[in-house]
Design a protein around this ligand. Structure first.
Ligand code: NAD
Ligand code: LMR
Length: 340
């Protein structure tokens, strides 16, 4: 009798229930009982490519799992807490790990103000993922994304398991906002308004390339207002929630969309969309991570596309983005060096 390692056996079992072996994945959500985690877990339960959903949180994850498990799709759902090896059980065998664990903003705060709390949360979860799911694709949602993604990278490097193609900062919400906001300006269908958003995920590091959209003619005050709204869309939600947190529902949709793109890509249908990755684009300027269009495939970030033709206005936005990004990335790297 051939003995299979536990996670391989679990995968074989899972795939036996799936219509297609290429479409059967264990997906883990760390921070699953939070404002993002709950609707994200629901959306992942609805995804036919997810056959095994593992939900982890410091509190509440078993309840979310029990609730979501009644949705009649053909996947298993399990919820775990830190006791009894919950994090190990969540991560073992996971192909995709989403990390929304961390505190959200209140009015008046920047995403960088979350660093002191969220850096150590993300570092510790990254350590666990490096140990129990070193080959998984890691999708970082927790803010400040410009710093938390480098934190994961540094942890993985220190454990000798870093594969830059498997680490993603989820910037999809900026992309969704850009489509929605441009459609409001133009009175069009947001589903027909693709916008490439590059850079990072905070304030001026968010750079929509509207010259490459369907509406390169937008200019003057309309352009300024639209770019500002895309860059600071998160603030609109933080202000409206008035102390009760930041975007959760739209973010869950964004993360579910990116996870679906990745699952489609690793099962053979490549998708290209913006995401914050370890990128060659500005490495010579000391900026190791940048969001641009990335073609996803079985090994993860397979092709990182250049920014394409920019106009003078966008060149200036990129220059401003690079200044903040460089500092945000360095802050994450320094944190892990000083707090391994
Ligand atoms: P929330 O407070 O509602 O939920 C966070 C959850 O994380 C809580 O359930 C908490 O118990 C859990 N948690 C905290 N520490 C943990 C740990 N060590 N292990 C496991 N779980 C842990 O917050 P939210 O509204 O869901 O936002 C979560 C994060 O996502 C915030 O940092 C927020 O800024 C960020 N965010 C990012 C984007 C983006 O575009 N990338 C968009 C919106 C929000
Ligand atoms: C967003 O863009 O909505 C998130 O990054 C949350 C925030 O703090 O704005």
């Amino acid at each position: 009798m051939v003995l299979l390692p536990r996670n391989v056996f679990a995968q074989v079992q899972r795939r036996a229930f799936s219509a297609s072996a290429a479409n059967a994945y264990k997906v883990a959500v760390l921070g699953a009982a939070g404002g993002i985690g709950q609707p994200l877990s629901l959306l992942l339960k609805l995804n036919q490519k997810v056959t095994d959903l593992a939900l982890y949180d410091l509190r509440g994850a078993p309840g979310v799992a029990a609730d979501v498990s009644h949705v009649p799709t053909n996947s298993t759902v399990a919820g775990y807490l830190p006791d009894n090896g919950g994090l190990e059980k969540t991560l073992t065998g996971a192909e995709v790990v989403l990390i929304p664990a961390g505190v959200p903003r209140k009015p008046g705060m920047t995403r960088d103000d979350l660093f002191n709390t969220n850096a150590s949360i993300v570092r510790d979860l990254a350590k666990a993922a490096a140990e129990f799911a070193p080959k998984a694709f890691i999708l970082v949602i927790a803010n400040p994304v410009n710093s938390t993604v480098p934190i994961v990278a540094e942890v993985y490097k220190s454990k000798g398991v870093y594969d830059p193609k498997r680490l993603f900062g989820v910037t999809t919400l900026d992309v969704l906002r850009a489509s929605r906001f441009i459609s409001e300006v133009k009175g069009t269908d947001p589903n027909q308004e693709p916008v490439t958003v590059v850079g990072g995920h905070s304030g001026v590091t968010i750079v929509p390339l509207l010259s490459q959209s369907n509406h390169p003619e937008i200019s003057g005050e309309t352009l300024d207002a639209l770019v500002h709204r895309i860059q600071f869309g998160g603030d609109e939600v933080v202000k409206a929630k008035d102390g009760a947190g930041s975007a959760t529902l739209s973010m869950a949709q964004a993360a579910a969309r990116f996870a679906d793109s990745l699952l489609s890509s690793i099962s053979g249908t490549p998708v290209t969309e913006p995401t914050f990755v370890d990128s060659p684009l500005f490495k010579d300027e000391g900026i190791d991570f940048f969001s641009s269009q990335v073609t996803l495939g079985p090994s993860g970030a397979e092709q990182i596309h250049p920014l394409g033709k920019l106009n003078e206005y966008e060149e200036k936005l990129i220059e401003a983005a690079k200044v903040d990004l460089k500092k945000n990335i360095a802050k994450g790297v320094k944190f892990v060096a000083e707090n391994p």
